[in-house]
Each structure stands twice: as C-alpha cells, then as structure tokens.
Design a protein around this ligand. Structure first.
Ligand SMILES: [Zn+2]
Length: 177
C-alpha cells in the first residue's frame, strides 16, 4: 500500500463517522498562520476542531503577498456574509523552533538554491526565520504597511516549541492601527 493509499483509507474510515452540518463561517474569530511542518498542526497544539477557525500554512509561517491577499479577501468576504454580526478577526502568527526555513540564512544553502532555482540570495535571506522574534516583528510591520490588509485586524506572534509543545508570546495582540 502506498503512503497515499494509507491516507485515502483513513479518509474512508473518517467519512464513515462524519456527521457534517457545520456553519459556513468559523466558530472563532481567530485566524492562525503557521508552518507547513508536519510536527506543527494547530488541530493538535491548539486543539482546533472542525469548524473552529481559519488556518493558513506555508513553509516558515511567513507573511507573503499571498497571505496579505488572502487576509484581505477573507475579511471582505466574511464581513459581507456576516453583515451586522461581523466581529472582525485576530491573526496569530505562529513560527516554531527547529524550522527548516531557519536554514535559508545559511550561505551554503543560499548558494545551492540560487544555483538550482535561480533565486536571489537577498530574497532567501529575507524568507529565513532563523531569528524568530525579529522575523515575526518584521512580518507584523509588513502587514501594517500592506494596502490589502484591514487596519482593524488584531495581530499577535508566538513561537511554538516542537520539543515541549509550549507557545511563547513574541508580540502581544494589537490592532494594526
Ligand atoms: Zn517550519
């Protein structure tokens, strides 16, 4: 059985128990941005259940243009659907220890990626989250200066420790404006 077949079999078991009936909009007004790392799943470390919250994942848990765009779209779309009941959103940026993207700051890896993929070294250095606190604060500044992201968005930052499962607050929740 291939790895994918194992997963598809798990889905068959899941679907057999599935009851559905979830509301379109999530239960919580929290949006989670975290890493795609296999050890870092907010369904586990934040106890998220189906229907609870929007989760955005990319490698490094970095704010990219796509993240800005998606935040702008989610905000606008949900405000339209929720009408008077719209509560706004709070975003939690959650990077983690021992992240592969920490290595993007390493000269040797930058060299290889730049040769193989034609990427600029400066671009790779900017994506590195080796200094997590600084990277999170830079990303919050990026959101603040983005024309796509509503200023009412409340943003906070955390570092998740893959060794002990704890979260450390890096930036307290604060509206962009
Ligand atoms: Zn990671």
């Amino acid at each position: 059985m291939s790895d994918l077949e194992v997963l598809l079999e798990r889905n068959t078991q899941f679907a057999a128990q599935y009851e559905g009936g979830f509301a379109t909009l999530p239960r919580f007004s929290s949006i989670i941005l975290t890493c795609a790392d296999a050890r870092v799943d907010p369904a586990h470390f934040l106890g998220l259940n189906l229907g609870d919250a929007y989760v955005m994942r990319n490698f490094g848990a970095r704010v990219t243009r796509e993240v800005e765009l998606e935040l702008g779209i989610i905000w606008t779309m949900v405000r339209k659907i929720a009408g008077d009941e719209f509560r706004g959103f709070e975003l939690a940026i959650i990077q983690h220890t021992n992240c592969g993207f920490e290595r993007l700051g390493e000269t040797e890896l930058q060299q290889a990626l730049s040769e193989n993929l034609g990427l600029e070294k400066a671009e790779l250095a900017a994506l590195s989250n080796a200094e997590h606190d600084k990277a999170i604060c830079r990303d919050i500044e990026r959101l603040r200066s983005s024309s796509l992201v509503p200023k009412e968005l409340i943003v906070s930052g955390y570092l998740y420790d893959v060794n002990d499962g704890t979260l450390r607050e890096v930036a307290a929740p604060e509206a962009l404006r």
